[in-house]
Design a protein around this ligand. Structure first.
Ligand code: GTP
Ligand code: MG
Length: 217
């Protein structure tokens, strides 16, 4: 019998949110990660969508429920509900549009205002395949991330550069910080299970991917 056989399945489900201006590539990063799909002509997101993706860490099944919403204010869902219970966040800008980088501070502020626990945050400079029309140097992204205490990575949802790495790094960071806290405190475990995102996921197992549309919540 394994050492985790205390009746509770040793399974984790962490909510991760993707934020950033419209058309920076949030939805394509998610579809690339969850389904290895990319859409050149994707429509602006309306409301909220999420996908659940599993990965194995230290022999444990860790599921990430990754939420994607509209960058455009008028299409966004209720802000507080979007951030509630998030353990990780990807703050995305488009390296070929400086304005999207200039707005990162605003997104970070919103995240900090609405998140209710320690959040593993990564700054993501997407569309690095567009190096020829780059408006934000890599060094600027790195410097901002350093000053704000964020992880940093440039990605391309189009050619897949660093997409899996970015999501997996955030999920591993969440897992290790949660494991550390569990080691240090039994009461945290109870707190964690309260804070868990519960979804009626139709009992999807074994890394099965799913898409749910919540419209506006
Ligand atoms: P909203 O839903 O409006 O907030 O936008 P979004 O951030 O979800 O952007 P979306 O993923 O819909 O992508 C916007 C456009 O950028 C689409 O035309 C994509 O094909 C394109 N795109 C996304 N990622 C990349 C990338 O890595 N490289 C390039 N060249 N284009 C990309
Ligand atoms: Mg979108």
């Amino acid at each position: 019998m394994g050492d985790d056989s205390d009746g509770e399945a040793e399974e984790y489900l962490f909510k991760v949110v993707i934020i950033g201006d419209s058309a920076v590539g949030k939805s394509n990063l998610l579809s690339r990660y969850a389904r290895n799909e990319f859409n050149l002509h994707s429509k602006a997101t309306i409301g909220v969508e999420f996908q659940t993706q599993s990965m194995d860490i230290d022999g444990k099944e860790v599921k990430a429920q990754i939420w994607d919403t509209a960058g455009q204010e008028r299409f966004r869902a209720v802000t507080s509900a979007y951030y509630r219970g998030a353990f990780g966040a990807l703050l995305v800008y488009d390296i070929s549009r400086r304005g999207t980088f200039d707005n990162v501070g605003r997104w970070l502020q919103e995240l900090n205002t609405h998140s209710d626990t320690t959040v593993a945050k990564m700054l993501v400079g997407n569309k690095c395949d567009l190096d020829n029309i780059r408006e934000v140097p890599v060094e600027e992204g790195k410097a901002l991330a350093e000053s704000e205490g964020l992880f940093f990575m440039e990605t391309s949802a189009l050619d897949s550069t660093n997409v899996n790495t970015a999501f997996e790094l955030v999920i591993k960071e969440i897992y290790s910080s949660v494991s550390r806290k569990i080691l240090n405190s039994d009461s945290y475990k109870a707190e964690l299970s309260l804070n868990r995102v519960s979804i009626d996921d139709g009992d999807s197992k074994d890394g099965q991917k799913q898409t749910s549309r919540l419209g506006c919540c």
